[in-house]
Design a protein around this ligand. Sequence first.
Ligand code: COI
Length: 432
Amino acid sequence: MGFVAPAHSIRSGRLSGRPQKRLTDQRVSRRWSFLPSAPQRLRALADGNWRSSTTTTTTVPSRSSSAVKSAADVGTAALAWERLAFDFVPTSCYVKSVWRADTNSWSPVEEVHYGPHGEPVMPVHIASTALHYGQSVFEGLKAFACADRHVRLFRPRENAARLERSARRLNMPVVPPELFMEAVQRCVLRNCEYVPPYGAAGAGGSLYVRPLLFGSGGRIGLGPADEYTFLVLVTPVGNYYRGGLAPVTAYITTEYDRAAPRGVGHVKVAGNYAADLKPSMEAKARGYPINLYLDAREQRYVEEFGTSNFAGIRYLDERGDRYVYVTPWSESVLAGITNRTLMELTQLEGMAVEHRPVTLDELGHFDEVFATGTAVVITAVDQVVRGERVIPIGRTTGSGHVGPVAQRLYRQVRAIQTGEAPDPAHWTHLVI
Ligand code: COI
């Protein structure tokens, strides 16, 4: 794995062509599928029981699903794995469960197969509270093909717990952890052809899992929906940034705030990311692939990057063999699972973690800075720009070198995720 790369640009390439493996999926799905005729679809619409004309919905018991897919299917989709970016690539199906106020319960997890033309679409009430009032929360986690041919998820129960916190903050029904786990495992299992084979997709290959909970019931007056949909989709991904681990220059966003104190910044609410689109696009237009937010109240403390948490490393010796891991505490920072993993790995190494308010003035005193999140894992930052001022980070700023602590932590996380290193804290969860 090379840690020196010149490019700071964002990957935008798309994989083209339909994966050939889809034929197999459609054959399998036909065994289970309900293909409504046009009059049936009209009747279903009139009953309020919508079914997309391009999707087929099936309820399949978990046991049958695992009988259909096995380790032999992992990574068999006809995709150019080494060219994977962080883009949506359609797979075989997604899974969903629906909560309704009248029953106060979640429906059994269903598999929804993409249709004959592969459109990953679903019908949504035109007055849904997600569309109108932003009642939508999501998660991101990854499944990995491992050295021992198994497929494992990384810390899925942490995502279930955070989704619960997000749901409570937006007044949504909670997805029970066991339902979350069933849906995530089922979706990975049924799409296991799309898990990048072990070692085939370069450093960053994985099956990205995106659980989404949103108000699907229609309501025009402001109030909670009477129906919520929890869906899980998966898509194979490579590195988030084109340069992989190569360091980038970050731009401090001063014109906008990411999140207010006592707002929704600490939970994974879709609107947080919508609010970042304009600031992050403006940063990119200036040539900076990543933007960093300060606290909304004083603009004095470091909060987080547009899509990931902030971590700063202070060396306690010349080479960074001994160090302190510093990451901002604030009521509006998202509780990142990868950040937590890095903090725990640091502590396992016998090093100190400081989880506390971090002032802007401290930035230039760190030996290393990086962004950390599920999608990026670690993105090293070797300088930070604020207006006209450039704040260099560490001794190798501008050289394209990633600091030794970021390299070590990254390798450790990846090794545990892919089963190359022991998993003493039981972070991984076996799917296949
Ligand atoms: C993740 O790291 O999983 C995220 O939620 C960031 C997202 C914008 C890709």
